[in-house]
Design a protein around this ligand. Structure first.
Ligand code: SME
Length: 151
């Protein structure tokens, strides 16, 4: 659950370079909402998703995920936000961190195409709800507007 406003979070990012802004976004999301335990942006590259900026206690081994796999891949294939209340009961789940219990993945669109996604892991079952979905979809739209065409 969140009461954050996408516009106000986005407004506070440093001006300039898209990569630096995306990195700052991951870090500020984690600072603003401790329920966002691990946050990463993946970018579509051919048939894969490639990890860009992220913020969390640990690095993930999933730096390249085929779009055919994972909850990350499913969000692109289905072209919609996916909320998984309990990752252990979802056969699509690609495990990263032992503490992860739930996950939300939100596609990022630019010019009508999915160019990437926001991936967030939570430590509680059912950590994410419609308020997170709305907030993160608004954020994804703001990111998509700045998408420079390639990562
Ligand atoms: N759990 C994701 C993989 C990425 S990690 O959470 C960072 C998935 O099932 O696609």
């Amino acid at each position: 659950m969140t009461s954050l406003s996408a516009n106000s979070v986005f407004k506070k990012l440093p001006a300039g370079d898209f990569r630096a802004r995306c990195q700052a976004l991951c870090e500020s999301l984690r600072a603003l909402n401790p329920a966002y335990d691990w946050i990463g942006l993946y970018w579509v590259e051919g048939a894969d998703l490639v990890l860009g900026p992220w913020s969390g206690d640990q690095a993930t081994g999933h730096v390249r995920i085929p779009i055919s796999q994972g909850i990350c891949g499913a969000a692109v294939r289905e072209a919609q936000t996916i909320i998984v209340d309990d990752v252990q009961s979802d056969p699509r789940y690609l495990a990263c961190f032992t503490q992860t219990r739930s996950e939300i993945v939100v596609p990022i669109y630019a010019d009508g195409l999915i160019v990437g996604e926001i991936d967030i892991d939570g430590k509680q079952i059912g950590e994410f709800d419609k308020s997170d979905q709305k907030f993160l979809e608004e954020l994804a739209a703001l990111i998509g507007r700045e998408w420079p065409g390639r990562w």
